[in-house]
Design a binder for this molecule. Structure first.
Ligand code: GLV
Ligand code: GLV
Length: 323
């Protein structure tokens, strides 16, 4: 059986697949083109897709033998789940293994933004440091402030846990699930308005879908504190980038730390020119540990599907009823 991997991933996962299947890797250091994808899936039984690959009707039509699209990511907005189910293709993601890495990075981004670490480094390298100064590069405290978590899933929870236990922060959150975390984290469920008004730090940990697209736009920025710091390590389109640029320019919020963009890899030109925003290239899960874990999990999902078993991370269980 043939497994098509759309771009090199850590070899821990690739080796597991090579032991069992004929593995073809689109061996280029950039996202696969549409043509490469369509060519690659033609006779494939499985595809390991990346978040930069769109898995939709067109691709699935080109892949008559395909049984599984195993996404090497926790987010799966690049996959049309209904189309997969219609084509009798299982879809899976890689949750859990990247949670600590993304949570660490989210905290790092909050701290780096609050303490102006990137700006300080740039300042020094530009030869502007003339000695210690009482007012030099003042930032804001992180500990003991209020953190608002939007999306209390695995990652949101891991961020809340670090902030609560490590930094003594007050945690408020908004989420569809409304699960009560009072015992574990003293975390309080609040409505969206309260979260926007009361948070010193706001973190986005939702998946991207029609309900969360532009979840944070002009109205929301207006409700935030002028001292607020917004962090986005989820998906770019969750934030209206033009509204973010306006909010930063007009000091409606104090600063932002952004890892994901509306039209990746393009980044809003206005943001590029601003000092009160840290911009990173979608690297929140980029640790050796997380990426190895993701590769192994994607491989396990492929192995299960091609062995006639249910993969642990199946996203469209309806597909099993069609068999
Ligand atoms: C990265 O953004 C992921 O969804 O795994
Ligand atoms: C993703 O892993 C989430 O549930 O936050």
């Amino acid at each position: 059986m043939k497994v098509f991997i759309t771009r090199p991933i850590p070899k821990k996962g690739t080796e597991m697949l090579r032991e069992r299947f004929d593995v073809v890797i689109n061996d280029r250091d950039r996202p696969a083109t549409r043509e490469e994808l369509i060519e690659g899936v033609k006779d494939a039984d499985a595809i390991v897709s990346l978040l930069t690959d769109r898995v939709d009707d067109e691709l699935l039509d080109a892949a008559p033998k395909l049984k599984i699209a195993a996404n090497y990511a926790v987010g799966f907005d690049n996959i049309d789940l209904e189309a997969c189910t219609r084509h009798n293709v299982m879809a899976t993601n890689t949750p859990g293994v990247l949670t600590p890495s993304v949570a660490d990075f989210s905290i790092a981004l909050m701290l780096a933004t609050a303490r102006r670490i990137v700006e300080s480094d740039r300042f020094l390298r530009e030869g502007k440091y003339r000695g210690w100064g009482p007012m030099l590069l003042l930032g804001k405290d992180f500990c003991n402030k209020t953190l608002g978590i939007i999306g209390m899933g695995r990652i949101g929870y891991a961020v809340a846990e670090r902030a609560r236990k490590g930094f003594g922060m007050r945690i408020i959150y908004h989420d569809m699930s409304k699960k009560d975390y009072a015992d574990e984290l003293d975390a309080e469920f609040v409505d969206m308005d309260t979260l926007l008004r009361e948070s010193d730090y706001i973190g986005l940990f939702v998946s991207l879908n029609e309900k969360t697209r532009h979840l944070i736009s002009r109205e929301e920025f207006k409700k935030m504190k002028s001292t607020a710091i917004l962090i986005n390590t989820s998906r770019g389109p969750v934030v209206d980038e033009e509204a973010l640029a306006d909010a930063l320019e007009n000091n409606e919020i104090w600063a932002a730390g952004i890892d994901v963009y509306e039209n990746e890899p393009a980044v809003n030109e206005r943001l590029l020119g601003m000092k009160n925003v840290i911009l990173t290239p979608h690297v929140a899960s980029a640790t050796e540990e997380a990426r190895d874990g993701m590769a192994v999990l994607a491989a396990k999902n492929v192995i299960a599907a091609l062995s006639g078993e249910k993969p642990d991370n199946l996203l469209n269980p309806d597909v099993l009823n069609e068999n």
